[in-house]
Design a binder for this molecule. Sequence first.
Ligand SMILES: *Cc1c(COP(=O)(O)O)cnc(C)c1O
Length: 227
Amino acid sequence: METIAERLKSALESLNEASQKANRAPNSVQLLAVSKTKPVSDIVLAYEAGQRLFGENYVQEGVDKVKALQQLSDIEWHFIGPIQSNKTKLVAEHFDWVHSVDRRKIAKRLSEQRHDSCALKVLIQVNINEEPSKSGVLPNEIDELAEQISELPNLQLRGLMAIPASQQSSHELLDTFAKMQHLWLDLQSKYQNIDTLSMGMSADIEPAVLKGSTMVRVGTAIFGARN
Ligand SMILES: *Cc1c(COP(=O)(O)O)cnc(C)c1O
């Protein structure tokens, strides 16, 4: 069985290959290691192998890990799961980034509850395939939420995130990622500091990188299957 260090190395190699195929500079895409459901000891193994960006989906589990690993102070913690309004305080207090902001109420609470000299970096989650029961704003709602976020003092808007519909053909997936790239470039033309397009997971790193992803969120390929 491969170790976490070996799988991390392979994931970085896939990312580099995808960047080359897309004619993009090496290191133009960051790797976010998604450690949800995995023990703290797995995060430490990835850290020892050089990984610094970690993503968590569940608030309490994530906060417990952030606290347990406080001494590894150069870890950058990303919250990537759905947020209920009664959990915003924990997220605002313990994470560096949030990828899943999709309504003003949540953004406003995160800003009010952020008591750190450093703003909380946020991405707007987009329901790019307009699926009925999926989190995220619809593409035509991005502008309104971006404007609301830009007025909140303790948040810094950095870009967009998407989880495409499952079961798409490779052609449909490319089309979906291309739509995201288009929306992201449009946002970039309107706001400063828009440098992050969070898309691509273990199974679709290559098409995401081809369409301009700047951060892929990879769980299974690094930590193995989740139970
Ligand atoms: C679980 C999860 C991932 C990682 O998915 P893998 O297929 O395990 O790489 C990425 N993004 C989000 C939002 C997730 O919930």
